[in-house]
Design a protein around this ligand. Structure first.
Ligand code: FAD
Length: 502
């Protein structure tokens, strides 16, 4: 009902949002979550909730007529992407000049589409990135709390050595070791025991059936199965899917939101107003930053400062493929969930953490793929464009150069040691290194700058940021565990301090 003022509203249902919902719910605070994407719980005509990467349909992408996968081509052929019906699908690709950002859309946010790699950042680098955050507290309390609640598990090292699912990873490991590099297992929120049973033919295949970026029908502990399920279980949390927050303004009682509701076809069918005493932004780096920039520049929250929209980075993402010798098979059956990384983060000149990525195409491609995370100090920023009513990202090719140099140093070494070359047929032209997209958008509302040290937006009591926009552009590893742990830390403080003072 529009007349009521709710105690708490959370925008989004990704990592930061889900943590906040659970802890508010446990504390007895009635909380409404608004998510612009669908609730992914109903099977389609094929009996599956999500479509696969090999046969994508409208469920794949957010309101697009064609899929836009990160690998654009194979042998320069346009065989990867497919025309689809326009539908509120689960993966979005938001194109800005010089940078495309991939995001999850739906109840669970990025957890629905991501590779499930659950990595705690190196402590020394975390201290560098967020110097105002007490690392003892993070590493003693909040990272363990986050990994437990996310259901992080580890691959059985014995099974890993003999399974078919990770032949591609063992080959990349051998090639890395030959170049004198170190590899490390990567924890996951995909159930490794389920994966083992997939390979044994005991259960329906998901990670082994080309399911990753358009959602997994089985095996993955996405947020709807962990934090969000627990939040709903408190009895105090409600989720409304297909509700997009468009505008935020101050009113006497707190904040008033303009919300657009879509139907299942993606059409906006209703505009509503929702008022709340406290508002938590968990719409992700792009989503939360856009909401506050729009509010500042259209004058609905005019006191917001110049820090809004600053400090953005792609976590140094670079994708690269290597061509293997014909005798070096990567295998036809590849787990869509990575389990191994090359850890060269301590290299003083070329710090890189590279996940060994699958190409779950179901055929032998003699291709080793990697998503490298590099240490790039460049930062982009957003500005509000009144003509389109959106936030535009300012990031250019020059700013991405350091990342390519770092990745190139590492993979040149691997190629030299193995007599191999780069694949130049993967990204729609002849480049070997693709850094014009990111899976890991971070920053825009940086902790200690746009907000105080706990995510309280400066100048606006009762307004908070809980998601990846707090982290200034880089974590050195895949980011969702950091986002989750930081949200745990912040909400604990906010519950303790802000609810007791009238
Ligand atoms: P998100 O998870 O992005 O959630 C934001 C939510 O808010 C979304 O559901 C969105 O639809 C919703 N929203 C946005 N705007 C509005 C609005 N105005 N109104 C209502 N709702 C709104 N990270 C890892 O750590 N490991 C991995 O293996 C990994 N692999 C990845 C693979 C892919 C393909 C992608 C895309 C990402 C991957 N990531 C990975 C990144 C990780 O998923 C993100 O860092 C993480 O999801 C960000 O969390 P968040 O809380 O900031 O927001």
């Amino acid at each position: 009902p529009t007349g009521d003022v709710l105690p708490a509203v959370i925008v989004g249902t990704g990592y930061g949002a889900a943590v906040t919902a659970l802890r508010l719910g446990e504390a007895g605070v009635p909380t409404l979550m608004l998510e612009m994407g669908r609730l992914w719980d109903t099977p389609g005509e094929d009996g599956n909730v999500f479509c696969s990467m090999l046969r994508p349909d409208g469920r794949a992408m957010w309101l697009k007529n064609r899929t836009r996968a990160p690998l654009a081509s194979l042998l320069w052929m346009d065989v990867i992407n497919h025309d689809t019906e326009r539908y509120p699908g689960v993966l979005d690709r938001v194109d800005h000049d010089g940078m495309s950002v991939y995001l999850g859309r739906g109840v669970g946010g990025g957890s629905l589409v991501n590779g499930a790699m659950a990595v705690v950042p190196k402590r020394s680098y975390f201290e560098e990135v967020l110097p105002s955050v007490d690392p003892d507290e993070m590493y003693g309390r909040y990272f363990p709390r986050a990994t437990a609640a996310l259901g992080v598990n580890h691959v059985d090292p014995e099974w890993f050595e003999t399974c078919e699912s990770y032949q591609y990873a063992r080959l990349s490991r051998e090639h890395a070791h030959r170049a004198g590099l170190t590899t490390t297992f990567v924890p996951s929120v995909y159930d490794f025991d389920y994966l083992r049973r997939e390979e044994a033919g005991e259960v329906p295949r998901s990670a082994l059936a080309g399911e990753v970026i358009y959602g997994n029908n089985h095996g993955k502990r996405s947020l709807d199965k962990t934090y969000l399920a627990d939040a709903l279980g408190t009895g105090n949390v409600t989720i409304r899917a297909l509700h997009e927050v468009r505008a935020i303004r101050r009113d006497a009682r707190g904040y008033a939101l303009t919300v657009h509701r879509r139907d299942e076809t993606g059409e906006v069918v209703e505009r509503l107003e929702i008022a709340t005493e406290r508002l938590f932004l968990g719409a992700g780096s792009l989503g939360s930053t856009e909401l506050l920039l729009r509010a500042r520049d259209t004058g609905t929250l005019p006191e917001l400062g110049p820090e809004i929209g600053q400090g953005w980075g792609p976590n140094g993402n670079v994708m690269v493929g290597r061509a293997n010798h014909v005798w070096d098979s990567t295998g036809r059956t590849q787990s869509g969930m990575p389990a191994l990384g090359i850890d060269a983060w301590d290299d003083p000149e070329h710090p890189v953490f590279a996940e060994i990525a699958p190409v779950p195409a179901g055929v032998e491609l003699w291709l080793s793929l990697y998503l490298a995370i590099t240490k790039n100090p460049e930062r982009g920023h957003f500005s509000y464009d009144p003509a389109t009513d959106t936030a535009r990202l300012h990031w250019n090719a020059e700013q991405g150069k350091t990342s390519i140099q770092q990745a190139k140093a590492l993979f040149d070494k691997i190629n030299r040691a193995n007599g191999t070359t780069y694949r130049t047929d993967l990204f729609g032209d002849t480049r070997a290194f693709e850094n014009r997209f990111t899976y890991h958008p971070l920053g825009g509302l940086v902790l200690g700058a746009a907000t105080d040290d706990w995510g309280r937006v400066r100048g606006y009591p009762g307004l908070y940021v809980t998601d990846g926009s707090l982290i200034p552009g880089s974590t050195g590893v895949n980011p969702f565990v950091t986002i989750t742990a930081l949200a745990e830390r912040n909400v604990e403080r906010i519950l303790a301090e802000d609810w007791t003072t009238p």
